[in-house]
Design a binder for this molecule. Sequence first.
Ligand SMILES: O=P(O)(O)OC[C@H]1O[C@H](OP(=O)(O)OP(=O)(O)O)[C@H](O)[C@@H]1O
Ligand code: HPA
Length: 179
Amino acid sequence: MLEDIQEILLSSEQLSARIREMGRQISADYAGKEILMIGVLRGAVIFMADLARAIDVPVALDFMAVSSYGASTTSSGVVRILKDLDEDVEGKHLLIVEDIIDSGLTLNYLLDNLRSRKPASIKICTLLNKPERRKVDVQVDYNGFTIPDHFVVGYGLDYAEKYRNLPFIGILKPEAYKS
Ligand SMILES: O=P(O)(O)OC[C@H]1O[C@H](OP(=O)(O)OP(=O)(O)O)[C@H](O)[C@@H]1O
Ligand code: HPA
């Protein structure tokens, strides 16, 4: 697995320091409120687990699974819901948690979908942001790191379901791509 990594972009120490900062900012912004964190499966799970523990206001967790990538390094542009939320979100403060925003197509779809369910508020929190690849504009409220246009893996992010358990964010060697 490690032999497929070209370069470590963000070490586990850099990730945890930034996530603690994000947690402090989110806790201050939501003081006196409860947050319903909506994790976008599967990539966001590891970030969400760490972020939730860095927040000191009450946090409930729910998950949606959508897919637009499959075993590819570019989005198909077609977003499908594979698993919907378990909770009714009307009147709640939603914080969508993503591992990465790339084209923006996944979040654009999710935002439209969740807005129609009448929450009290919706904000977006992402660990990584690749603005160079944006196809639709997305307003990000909490951004961990802005990164250049490389295909990255680790800390939840995969290529063809591999590398999610690496404790850092690494750039994948191009020869590790099948396509
Ligand atoms: O901004 P976009 O171009 O839409 O890309 C971002 C989305 O792509 C990845 O999910 P993926 O579909 O690969 O599923 P996964 O989380 O299970 O890896 C990532 O977790 C985001 O949800
Ligand atoms: O760079 C990436 N790595 C893994 N999954 C992704 N989904 C969008 N961009 C990426």
